[in-house]
Design a protein around this ligand. Structure first.
Ligand SMILES: [Cu+2]
Length: 395
């Protein structure tokens, strides 16, 4: 092996070397000061931000706005929405067409007041006044023309990044809209799959944490297999000033967000959204498909349906190489999954993130199955006959 000859630079004297080093230091310092003084905040956002953390105290290193976020909000200035959640069965029907089309979609960024739980209200930022936003459904090869309007009374600029888009910012680069403005994005839905969309304006994590997310399905050319029910479920996190269960209007807590400590982890926007009137319904023998997304903004979901086994899972919603017979599937933050299974026995099946402490923060829902029992599949006494054994005493 040949070893190259290393030429050492000639150091004339120590004084010259010191002067050169100081010159370089000065240039680097000037560049750093310039970087810090150019704020990425738009004019409207500057007015609204009253950060208690000055950038000197808590520097951040992302390309967007600083995460520290404190605003004076008067809930009376915003529309009150009775139920923030998007119903699990609120999904457009399968497309059943063989030709590509130009599909027009209108979305509105709207900030509203609604309840996380009874007696606990929040300033949600939404697409079309629900969390998640509308389920969008297009076909592989379609051209999508998406108009995004930002409501006049919004406190922030908003925009949209769809993971189905190939192009800068997933569309965010051309859709940043100030309050009262609207902009149009046109894109080709070239790759089939189930994708998250979300706002990425300002501090993107903040806009997601406040509720600006949803799913878009790009159906493959041949369509998806026929099922009896399709459901739309999306996990999200809420970072409130008050601890879990604290009543009253809750402000957003950016400190908890940067430390990835949500107070609430919920399905479809609020606690209890997929329970009672919002529960998923099916009959024994039905084939069910779940479109499940995870907005995060921090946590990975270990999605599971208690008492069921997924016949088919499309991991991370990639339509190639599905898995068979899966108990729990991971859904990354900013990702989705698709599961299909037949329901065979009546009763309630609980949808959870199987990091199970999260059900106490709201991450659960119910799939109610009606119909005839098959005792060969499952049988038990109706009586509560748990043995009185100390090992089973939970208290
Ligand atoms: Cu936004």
């Amino acid at each position: 092996m040949r070893v190259g000859i290393v030429h050492l630079p000639k150091i004339i004297n120590i004084k010259q070397l010191m002067e050169k080093t100081m010159q370089i230091q000065k240039i680097l310092l000037a560049a750093l000061v310039t970087t810090l003084t150019i704020s990425p905040l738009s004019a409207s956002e500057k007015k609204e931000h009253h950060s208690k953390h000055s950038s000197k105290k808590t520097m951040n290193f992302g390309p967007g706005d600083h995460y520290a976020h404190r605003m004076k909000i008067n809930p009376a200035n915003f529309t009150k929405v009775g139920d923030i959640s998007r119903a699990a069965d609120d999904i457009p029907r399968p497309l059943k067409r063989n030709e590509v089309k130009t599909v027009k979609i209108n979305l509105q960024a709207v900030e509203v007041i609604s309840d996380i739980a009874e007696g606990i209200s929040y300033h949600y930022w939404t697409f079309n006044k629900t969390v998640p936003g509308p389920f969008l459904r297009v076909r592989e090869g379609d051209t999508v023309v998406l108009n995004l309007q930002n409501a006049k009374n919004s406190t922030h600029s908003h925009g949209i990044d769809l993971h189905a888009v190939t192009g800068p910012g997933g569309g965010m680069a051309v859709t940043k809209v100030e309050p009262g403005e609207n902009k149009t994005l046109s894109f080709k839905a070239k790759t089939a799959g189930l994708y998250v969309y979300h706002c990425a304006s300002g501090n993107a994590a903040t806009h997601i944490a406040n509720g600006m997310y949803g799913l878009i399905l790009v159906e493959p050319k041949q369509g998806l297999s026929k099922v009896d029910h399709e459901f739309y479920v999306m996990q999200g996190e809420l970072y409130t000033k008050g601890d879990l269960g604290k009543k009253g209007f809750q402000k957003f807590d950016s400190y908890k967000m940067i430390h990835e400590r949500p107070e609430y982890i919920v399905f479809n926007g609020r606690t209890g959204a997929l329970v009672e009137a919002g529960q998923l319904q099916a009959k024994v023998g039905d084939k069910v498909r779940l479109f499940v997304g995870n907005a995060g903004v921090s946590k990975i979901s270990s999605f599971h349906v208690i008492g069921e086994i997924f016949d088919t899972v499309y991991p991370e919603a990639a339509l190639s190489n599905p898995l068979k017979n899966v108990q729990t599937t991971l859904i990354p933050a900013g990702g989705a999954s698709m599961m299909e299974f037949q329901v065979d026995y009546p009763g309630n099946y609980v949808l959870v993130d199987h990091a199970l402490t999260r059900i106490d923060r709201g991450a659960w829902g119910i799939l109610n199955v009606s119909g005839k029992k098959d005792n060969s599949l499952y049988e038990g006494s109706d009586k509560h006959d748990m043995p009185k054994n100390k090992d089973h005493d939970m208290h």
